[in-house]
Structures are given as structure tokens and as C-alpha cells.
Ligand binder design. Structure first.
Ligand code: ADE
Length: 314
């Protein structure tokens, strides 16, 4: 018997089958664009192409974030006319959606025929070696909320998508990760970019506030290299229905790990009021810098797309 989730997805699918041109109806790759990373949509060929707003698709959770357009884009990528579907504008838990509703777009993609999902995100760098602008291929994650029971698969299992107790020890596809590293080496990096490709662990936090210094220290000690407010719920939903997963973070800011100035240290050197104010404000994360870093990365993607031997859309 069909459960409520499957019924809602069937209705959304029915809508898309009626609207999307037949040759674009069966994408095999799904892409979720992270904050400020909607520029990926530029890599889709101008023709054939079809887009529909989330708000037009039955039961699709609406995106409310500034800088997230909220549309599903169907198209093809060069050079092999690979059919793709992109989520341009992501759905975040912090917007007020239930953690379960984040699974909806991923499961809809599965029903469309997607077998590989690529998820991008903006993240704060915790690893001291990482710089703003670096990219990190995820090879693991820490789902703090999930460990505490806020989990996208909590509730009756959607048996028609996957098993009750899915394994996540192999969530991030090794072959896809190797491919990214291989292609990265081939890319001509002489275009002036100092970006580096890393591989590491992503910590998922609920947001919407950025982390405190103490929270950053905890996450780092737990083994996280970057921290962000997305991606993990989607990855879990994708693995539940057996999709291959590739996820890439763009480091948009460096999280502050060191303790700030102490209020009880009255002897602090050079502790003029202005110095202290500067020390407190320096390194504060803000949404604008996240969006700016994304835009800069998107511009460089356009440059690298014109480089010879380019074979990857970053
Ligand atoms: N996204 C970008 N930077 C972030 C940070 N420091 N924490 C959580 N999410 C982020």
C-alpha cells in the first residue's frame, strides 16, 4: 500500500510529466546548488532547457532564503548531452521545514530516474589548513542533529525508497571522489586561481545562527573539517534510495576557533576600547560573505569551463 510520502511524490511527478518536455523528463544526474552557487545553472546548455518554480510543483517545499531562487531546472550538460535536473535554490531545515520534508526533492529526483546526485554547499572552514575559496570533497559527515534524533528518516519507513536501517559508512562514492581529484589535477590552474581541492568531513548544524567559538572548537575536535547548515539530510535521503553521492563544499569563511578576549582580564595589553571591539568583531561570519564567495567561485567556474581539457563542473 502506498504511504502518504509516496502519494505526494507521485502527484509531483505527475505534474512534471505533464509539463517537462519528453526529452528532458528522465535526468540521470541530480544537482543541488548550495548558497551562492546557483551559478552552476549557467553550465546547462541554453537549449533544450525547461524550468519550473518549486511553488508550482505539488507538495514541493518552497525555498525562502535570500539568494535562493527556488526552481527546478531540467537540461543537458556538454559534451555528451547528459540529461540533468538542478535544484536552483535549496531547502534548509533552518527555514522551518521539517527535517523529513528535505527528503522530498531527492525522492522526487529518484522517481524521475536520477541515479547520481551531486550536492554543493557553502561551509565554514574549521580545518586550520583550509582557506576561503578552497573546495572540499566530502568523504564523511557528522550529523549532530541526527545523533540526537532529528533525522530525515525518522518515522514510518518509506519502504518503496529504501530499507529501515540504511548504512552510511560508504555514503560518499569513492569512484566519484577519485574522479573529481583526477579531473582537478587535469584542470589548468594557471588561470590565476589559488583555490585548493581538499577532502574531508562535513559537520551538519541546524542553524540559522553561525557557531560560537566554543562550538567551533568542539566540532574541530570531533574531526570536522568544515561546518554547514545543509547537505547531510539530502545525502541521507539519497543513500536511503541507493543513489550514488558526490558532495562538495566551498569554504566561504573561516570559523573562529580561538577564544575571544576575556572580560575579566583587566590587565590585557593594548586593551583600548577600539582594540577590543575590533577583536570581537573580526572574523564574524555573515551571510553576505558566504554569498560573495559563492559568486566569485561561480565566475571562476566560467573561466575554467573555457580552459582546454576541462572536464568537470565545479
Ligand atoms: N555556511 C557558510 N559558513 C558557515 C558556517 N560558518 N557555519 C555554518 N554554515 C555555514
Amino acid at each position: 500500500m502506498e504511504n502518504a510520502t509516496s502519494q505526494r511524490i507521485a502527484e509531483a511527478l505527475h505534474y512534471l510529466q505533464a509539463k517537462v518536455p519528453p526529452k528532458l523528463q528522465q535526468p540521470i544526474i541530480g544537482i543541488i546548488c548550495g548558497s551562492g552557487l546557483n551559478g552552476l545553472a549557467e553550465a546547462v546548455l541554453p537549449e533544450p532547457r525547461f524550468e519550473t518554480l518549486y511553488t508550482d510543483i505539488p507538495h514541493f517545499p518552497p525555498s525562502t532564503v535570500q539568494g535562493h531562487a527556488g526552481k527546478l531546472l531540467f537540461g543537458v550538460f556538454e559534451p555528451d548531452a547528459l540529461p540533468v535536473v538542478l535544484m536552483v535554490g535549496r531547502i534548509h531545515f533552518y527555514e522551518g521545514h521539517s527535517i523529513q520534508s528535505i527528503t522530498f526533492p531527492v525522492r522526487l529526483m529518484k522517481r524521475l530516474g536520477v541515479d547520481t546526485i551531486i550536492v554543493t554547499n557553502a561551509a565554514g572552514g574549521l580545518n586550520e589548513d583550509y582557506a576561503v575559496g578552497d573546495l572540499m570533497v566530502l568523504n564523511d559527515h557528522i550529523n549532530l542533529a541526527g545523533l540526537a534524533g532529528i533525522h530525515p528518516l525518522r518515522g514510518p519507513n518509506a519502504d518503496d525508497f529504501g530499507v529501515r536501517f540504511p548504512a552510511l559508512s560508504d555514503a560518499y562514492d569513492l569512484d566519484l571522489r577519485r574522479l573529481v581529484h583526477h579531473l582537478w589535477k587535469e584542470l589548468d590552474r594557471d588561470a590565476g586561481s589559488t583555490r585548493r581541492l581538499r577532502e574531508g568531513t562535513y559537520a551538519f548544524v541546524g542553524g540559522p545562527s553561525y557557531e560560537t567559538r566554543a562550538e567551533c572548537r568542539i566540532l574541530r575536535r570531533l574531526g570536522a573539517d568544515v561546518v554547514g547548515m545543509s547537505t547531510v539530510p539530502e545525502i541521507i535521503a539519497a543513500r536511503h534510495c541507493n543513489m550514488r553521492v558526490l558532495a562538495i563544499s566551498l569554504v566561504t569563511n573561516n570559523a573562529l576557533l580561538e577564544a575571544g578576549p576575556r572580560g575579566d582580564d583587566v590587565q590585557i595589553q593594548g586593551s583600548s576600547r577600539q582594540d577590543l571591539t575590533k577583536a570581537i568583531q573580526e572574523g564574524r561570519a555573515n551571510h553576505d560573505e558566504v554569498i560573495d564567495a559563492g559568486k566569485k567561485a561561480a565566475r571562476e567556474v566560467q573561466v575554467s569551463r573555457t580552459a582546454p581539457n576541462q572536464g568537470i563542473i565545479i
